[in-house]
Design a protein around this ligand. Structure first.
Ligand SMILES: *Cc1c(COP(=O)(O)O)cnc(C)c1O
Length: 234
C-alpha cells in the first residue's frame, strides 16, 4: 500500500513541473506546446494511475518485461511510448500497446518494427534516438550517421518518423542541447517523404527547462515526479 502523503507529493511535484514547463515555454518559445511524459520505471501502477488522474496523458516505458507486467493495471486514458533500449526480438510484445517507439537507433530495429506493424495493420510512429554525447555506454545513433539512417527508413511504409530523441550526458553543456535542436531542424527541413517531423524528445528531471529553451517538444520526467528510484516497487 502507498501512504497517502506519497500521493500528495506526486500531486505537488506535478503542479511544480507543470508551472515550470509553462514558464519556460512562455519565456523561450511562446508559440509551441510542450508535452510532459511521466517516466514509469520502478513506479507502481497505483502511483502511475494517480498521476494520470491528475492530468498526465503520456507514459514512458524503459523495460519491456516490466511494462508487460504492469500494463494491464494502467488507466487506458494515457498513451504509452517506449523510451528504453529495445531489442529486436521484443518488438512483437509491445507493438499493439505503445503509440510510439522513441528509441530507434538502427535500420535493423526499424525494419523489425515495420514488419510487426504491417502484420498488425498499423503504422507505428517512431523517433530516432541520437547519442548526442558520443557516450560509449549509451545507445542511440551517431550524429554523423543520423541523416543516412533517416533516409534508409523512408521505404518502410509501416513506420512513420516523427522526430528525434536524446539523453544528453548528465550535466551536459548547453551546446549539446543546441546541437540537438540544429539536427532536429535540419531533419525537418529535409521534408523526407514518409515523415511528419514534430517531436523533439529531450529533457529529464535535471534539465527539462534547458531542453525546452532549445526546442524540446516533449520532456520525460521520472524522479522529479515520483521521487528517487530506490528499489523496484512492483
Ligand atoms: C529514466 C529515464 C528518464 C527520466 O529520468 P529522470 O532523471 O528520473 O527524470 C527519461 N528518459 C529516459 C530514456 C529514461 O530512461
Amino acid at each position: 500500500m502507498t501512504a497517502p502523503n506519497e500521493f500528495i507529493e506526486i500531486e505537488e511535484n506535478l503542479k511544480e513541473i507543470q508551472a515550470k514547463v509553462s514558464e519556460a515555454v512562455r519565456r523561450y518559445r511562446p508559440e509551441t506546446a510542450v508535452e510532459i511524459m511521466a517516466v514509469t520505471k520502478t513506479v507502481s501502477p497505483e502511483k502511475i494511475n494517480f498521476a494520470v488522474s491528475k492530468g498526465l496523458t503520456l507514459l514512458g516505458e524503459n523495460r519491456v518485461q516490466e511494462f508487460l507486467s504492469k500494463k494491464d493495471s494502467y488507466d487506458k486514458s494515457a498513451q504509452v511510448h517506449m523510451i528504453g533500449h529495445l531489442q529486436t526480438n521484443k518488438v512483437k510484445y509491445i507493438i499493439n500497446d505503445v503509440a510510439m517507439i522513441q528509441s530507434v537507433d538502427s535500420l535493423k530495429l526499424a525494419g523489425e518494427i515495420n514488419k510487426h506493424a504491417a502484420k498488425n495493420n498499423k503504422v507505428m510512429d517512431i523517433l530516432l534516438e541520437v547519442n548526442i554525447g558520443d557516450e560509449a555506454s549509451k545507445s542511440g545513433v551517431d550524429k554523423n550517421s543520423l541523416f543516412q539512417l533517416a533516409e534508409q527508413i523512408q521505404p518502410l511504409e509501416n513506420i512513420r518518423l516523427r522526430g528525434l530523441m536524446a539523453i544528453p550526458p548528465i550535466g551536459a553543456d548547453e551546446k549539446i542541447f543546441e546541437q540537438m535542436n540544429i539536427l532536429y531542424n535540419e531533419l525537418k527541413d529535409k521534408k523526407l517523404g514518409n515523415s511528419l517531423i514534430d517531436t523533439l524528445s529531450m529533457g529529464m528531471s535535471g534539465d527539462y527547462e534547458l531542453a525546452i529553451k532549445h526546442g524540446s517538444t516533449l520532456v520525460r520526467i521520472g524522479t522529479k515526479l515520483f521521487g528517487a528510484r530506490k528499489y523496484l516497487e512492483v
